[in-house]
Design a protein around this ligand. Structure first.
Ligand code: ADP
Ligand code: ZN
Length: 215
């Protein structure tokens, strides 16, 4: 199964992509994670990507497409893939259609107001890559899974967040129409799901809704 997860920053794409990819047995490929790893290793791609990422801007299509193309050629992608954070522009989608077109595209829809509160409260663990919301943590500074010190991503700071949302609406949301036109879109309306005590939907419910949409 070749899948794309589409959704604004803060939609829960990364979390759901991790669960769904292991459920389906296909590799989870996150271009954001690939760029962060490249930066950590100080590769030329990582160094070039950094200035765009810090500003909440998109890395140029040619750079991303080359990186994804190389990744999809690896043997673990023979049975499919789950792409998270790619494509993000119509140009990238067209490039992917030429490399290895997806079977289905899951759009995780979340309204902007909710995204804002989720993103400003998001913390990441450098060790296990887990993401957590401060509202669910006993101690906001410690990873509940492995005990490492949590950090806030540079691009989760308020000024960058509003730019990332704008970039999503301007450049990425046209992909909804693109894939709808190809009959591949599966929309998950998270606002239609039951709410927990904090007024947000539950991860398990989103997960089930995705599996149902893919049946
Ligand atoms: P988000 O939480 O905003 O979905 P990601 O972790 O997916 O963030 O990506 C972080 C940053 O990496 C983006 O803001 C962008 O600068 C860069 N990036 C990731 N994927 C792409 C892509 N497909 N095209 C262009 N830039 C990308
Ligand atoms: Zn951890």
């Amino acid at each position: 199964m070749k899948l794309i997860f589409l959704g604004p920053p803060g939609a829960g794409k990364g979390t759901q992509a991790t669960g769904v990819s292991s459920h389906l047995g296909v590799p989870h490929i996150s271009t954001g994670d690939m760029f962060r790893a490249a930066l950590k290793n100080q590769t030329p791609t990582g160094i070039e990507a950094k200035r765009y990422m810090d500003a909440g801007e998109l890395v140029p299509d040619s750079v991303v497409v080359a990186m994804v193309k190389e990744r999809l050629a690896e043997p673990d992608c023979a049975n499919g893939y789950l792409l998270d954070g790619f494509p993000r522009t119509v140009e990238q989608a067209q490039a992917l259609d030429e490399i290895c077109a997806p079977d289905a595209v899951v759009e995780i829809h979340v309204p902007d107001e909710r995204l804002l509160s989720r993103l400003t409260g998001r913390r990441v663990c450098p060790k296990c890559n887990g993401t957590f919301h401060i509202s669910s943590l006993a101690d906001e500074t410690v990873c509940p899974v492995c005990g490492d010190a949590l950090y806030q991503r540079e691009d989760d700071k308020p000024a960058t967040i509003s730019n990332r949302l704008k970039v999503y609406h301007d450049q990425t949301s046209p992909l909804v129409g693109y894939y709808e036109g190809l009959g591949k879109l599966r929309r998950i309306d998270t606002e239609a799901l039951p709410k927990d005590a904090a007024g947000d939907c539950r991860r398990e419910d989103v997960f089930q809704a995705i599996l149902t949409a893919l049946e």
